[in-house]
Design a binder for this molecule. Structure first.
Ligand code: ZN
Length: 243
């Protein structure tokens, strides 16, 4: 009943339990996202300490069969140490990890999400600038890989070519032109530059994505539109898990 299993894992988040234990949410290559407990992990002499830092990529031994899997060993494979040294990188790594935690289902391995998340942590660890862009590249490519794609060239209602004007992102439909938009639509404004950035991400054009100039209003809009879209996906997922 109690099986010992090895998997590769990244710590998405952690919570202290009692005096020396910790509970982790891990993304693993074998089992997908899971909750696991490490007993005595916070003791100074614990062998697991080095392998269970936030965002570190480790080989983990788990005993499954209890209510929650128990971590019995953790050996670091790659620490991505710049992510904890550089505050602005840390913030982006934390956002990526929160999105992975929020958007991936429990106990369902997803090889694509695993490699993509590891690759994004590795890139963030190495790059010298454009952290925000890497974040949105990560986020939208991940969402697209799950089949949530929006037409970035045509209005979802009239089919007309999107002009360079403010349009509207409508939940469950996509981008709607100003003519088709109705005041009672559940929507968020989406600016021409946000649409341009999303097109570069969709075409994986990292060179032009690195060069595009953005204002602070553009960056705010990209963030708002991204959150709006993610919230509509999460509602969709919640509904499908109820049915
Ligand atoms: Zn239209």
């Amino acid at each position: 009943m109690f099986q010992k299993e090895k998997t590769e894992a990244v710590v998405l988040s952690r919570q202290f339990l009692g005096e020396a234990d910790s509970q982790f949410i891990l993304l693993t290559n074998q089992f997908g996202k899971l909750r696991a407990v490490a007993r005595g992990e916070r003791k100074i002499l614990s062998k697991m300490r080095g392998g269970l830092g936030l965002f570190s990529w480790s080989e983990v031994e788990l005993v499954r069969g209890y209510r929650q899997p128990i971590i019995t060993a953790a050996r670091p494979k790659m620490l991505f140490s710049n992510l904890s040294r550089d505050w602005s990188k840390f913030v982006i790594a934390q956002r990526m990890s929160r999105d992975i935690e929020a958007l991936t289902p429990w106990d369902l391995p997803d090889e694509n999400a695993w490699f993509f998340y590891l690759g994004a942590l590795n890139a963030l660890n190495l790059i010298k600038s454009h952290y925000q862009r890497l974040y949105y590249y990560f986020l939208w490519t991940l969402i697209n890989s799950w089949g949530y794609q929006i037409d970035l060239h045509h209005c979802a209602r009239c089919g007309g070519q999107l002009q360079s004007e403010i349009c509207f992102l409508v939940a469950e439909e996509g981008i709607i032109c100003a003519n088709c938009w109705k005041a009672n639509d559940q929507s968020e404004e989406i600016s021409p530059n946000t649409i341009k950035i999303l097109r570069l991400i969709a075409s994986k054009d990292k060179t032009r994505l690195g060069r595009i100039r953005t204002s602070s209003a553009d960056r705010k809009n990209l963030e708002k539109a991204s959150r709006f879209f993610i919230d509509s996906i999460r509602t969709d997922q919640d509904l499908s898990s109820v049915n």
